[in-house]
Structures are given as structure tokens and as C-alpha cells.
Write a protein that binds this ligand. Sequence first.
Ligand code: NAI
Ligand code: 15L
Length: 269
Amino acid sequence: MSAPRTVLLTGAAGGLGTLMRELLPAYGYQLRLLDLRPVEGEPEAVTADLTDTAALREAVRGVDAIIHLAGISLEAPFEKILHSNIEGTYRLYEAAREEGVGRIVFASSNHAVGFTPRPSATDPLIPVTTPHRPDTYYGLSKSFGEDLAQLYWDLHGIETVSVRIGSCFPEPTTVRMLSIWMSPADGARLIHAALTAEDVGHTVVYGSSANTRLWWDLSGARALGYEPQDDSEPYAAQLVAEQGELDPDNPDHAHLGGQFCTRPPIWPH
Ligand code: NAI
Ligand code: 15L
């Protein structure tokens, strides 16, 4: 596959979309933007729902690749997850198939495997082959997205890198995030690697920085050419002083998904 230049970014108005709009052009990408909401300062962005098949087909026409971030990013009633994350992701893959787009980077989540027990510092890192154990309908939709990506590779030859993102925000704000944080700069590095690596078929990787307290194995991401530059550890002393270390006997801390397993944050819209 030749290096993609024109790339559709779905979810462009969201938190991660906004960070990637700032960072990805430096890698030479020309971004086409789509979101349900208008994208501030971007009058040419497509404002459309993922289930609007006509708008979607027009949006993907002529792009070399798609970065699929759009969707509900927290827990929500099943009907809402069904609409945006399950049907929406299916519609996007159908549009890609119809328009001959060969590569998608799918924003999966750690919550596809959220009920995996949290490893201690001496346990082995969690491999990417660990079984799906979604912690919410939201996590279930990410498991679905990974399987959909596998189907479209096996059936239609559309390549996907599914990135099980940890927490991609400017700074870690909780002790849990020290283990799963992906700095925005590393996020852009990983997306660039996922867009340009050769012969990915359908590859699932974890998405985080090279954190000292890492819980999972980044070797799959590194095999794509990803070289993380950041580590959350400089934030550790202050966060641990404020919040304490994670307690394995506290159900909120027992699993990878943290509070998504006990009292998940609810999508506000
Ligand atoms: P966000 O909630 O800030 O942004 C999501 C965007 O998708 C919003 O702008 C929303 O309007 C749009 N959207 C929702 N439903 C839509 C629909 N039916 N049609 C079109 N657009 C729709 O979420 P954030 O944090 O930017 O995350 C982006 C993606 O990455 C999400 O898929 C999320 O599940 C995934 N992710 C993010 C993580 C993070 O740390 N930010 C961690 C793991 C996964
Ligand atoms: C996610 O999947 C969410 O989209 C993000 O907002 C964070 O909550 C992240 O997981 C996390 O686990 O911290």
C-alpha cells in the first residue's frame, strides 16, 4: 500500500479528534473531517450522523484511509450504543467497501477487555490476544468493532489497525491513568504508524505511551513502527500523594476497566 495522504477523520469535533487535527497534519496528511456536531473553525467539515449513508459515502469518496474516532465514548443506553457505535461503524465499513478505501484505523478501547483482572507489578503484561471481556455496552461495541474489522479484512480485503486506546488526554489525572495513559503526541505517532505500516491485515494493538506502570504489551504496536516517546511517571508522585496507590481489594481497581466495571461514566448527550 502506498502511503496515504488524504484521510477522513471521523469524530473530528471530539476530544481526541481535536488533538489529532492539531497533530496529524505535521505528518503530511490532508484531513477531511466528519462529526455529528459542527467542528469549530472548520466550515468545510461534514456534519453528519454515521448512519447517514449518502453523506458517509460522499465523505469517504477519494480518501486513501480513514481514522474512525466517531461514536459514543462512554457508557450509554444500549439503543444509543447500537445506533452510533454498532450501526455507525458498520455503515462506515460499508461506505469504505463501496468506495474502495483500503485502510482504516479504528479507535477501539481498553473497555473491550475491561473485565480482565488488573495485573500487579510482577504479573506478565496483558497480551493483545487476551479474550474480549467488555465491561459495558460501550466496551461491547468496541469488541463488535474489532470483529467487524476482522470480517471486512477476511471477506473484502479492507485492512484495519484496531487500537485499544487506554486514556488519551493531555495529562494523566488519576493513578489508574498512570498505567494506561497515551500522550497526544504518542497518539499521533501510533496513528501514523497504523496508517503507514505494510500488510497489517487486521491487527489489534494497545495504545499507550511507554509508561513505567504499563499493564499491557505494546510489542504489537511497536511492530507497526510505533516508537512511544512519553512516560506518565513524572506525574506519579503528585497523583499518588493526592489519591493513594490503587487498592486491589477495592472493586473499582480490580479490573483493567476500573470504574467502568463498577459505576461507569455515562455519556452526557
Ligand atoms: P468524544 O466523545 O470527545 O468524541 C466523539 C465524537 O464522536 C463526538 O464529537 C461526537 O459528536 C461524535 N459522534 C458520536 N456519535 C456520532 C454519530 N452517530 N455520528 C457522527 N459522529 C458521532 O470522544 P474521544 O475521547 O474524542 O474519543 C474518540 C474515540 O476514541 C471514541 O470512539 C472513543 O470510544 C475512543 N477512545 C477514546 C479514548 C480516550 O482516551 N479519549 C480511550 C479509548 C477509546
Ligand atoms: C475510554 O474508552 C473512554 O472513551 C475515555 O473517555 C476514557 O474513559 C478511557 O476509556 C479510560 O479508560 O480511561
